[in-house]
Write a protein that binds this ligand. Sequence first.
Ligand SMILES: [Fe+2]
Length: 284
Amino acid sequence: MKLAVIGDIHSNHIALETCIRHALDRNVDEFLFLGDYVSDCPYPQRTMKVIYEMKRKYRCTFIRGNREDYMLDHKNDPFERWTYSSASGNLLYTYENLTKRDLDFFESMDIQGMYKREGYPAFRYCHGSLTKSNELLRPENEKLEDIMSSLDVNLIISGHTHIQESTVYGSRKLIHPGSVGLPWYHEGKTQYMILHGNKYKWEEEFYQLSYDVDAVKEEFMSSGIMEKALHWPELILHCLYTGNDCTTPCLLLAMRLCGEAEGEVNWPDIPEKYWEMAFNDVVK
Ligand SMILES: [Fe+2]
């Protein structure tokens, strides 16, 4: 059994198509998608088109990530204010490019699941953790050891971290397949994994593949996302070309500068001047 595990696409359909072609060349039997299909890169409809095609043609399992949760929360809360800005412009741009079909599809998914096939060991999978789509299963999470020791299976696969790694905790293993669309490290190469299964165990094979980042950049330029999301897409492009994520440090610094100068911070209302200062400090 060969199972391709595809995590954190973030609307990067060009990287997604690269990974799918690579997996099909290796005759995988199934695909497991770990969520965060959309946001950050432009034209989410192009990613969704690939997803629907995959669903039609191959045996696929889908779960929802925190980015899909943000989209559904926005649909359900008309008072949530997203604006064309560095803080929320990327989310608003993404939301504007989704259809009812997309939102219904997201709503139909769970945030986790148990993989069970006769003749293979069962394992659990999730986007963040089994209980929260935005929880990081990494050592900085103080609950990680407890989460691992209370698992009812020997293997858990999770996305959200954008880091490709596999860690053993006693008799249990935690695997992060990395991010297809917004990969960290490995010079920004697109990442996914194939799980090879037999009746005793599953073994991971990690891939990092070169793909056409310049074509993704062209889509950023033609889509209107640069004008709507300001510094955010600049940070995403920086990560795509280098594998170094600056989004979190830049957001945190912009919020700190805003708090120090204004006395309060209300996301997403962070004046652009603080983003500019943070961007210059973190990226340049
Ligand atoms: Fe995520």
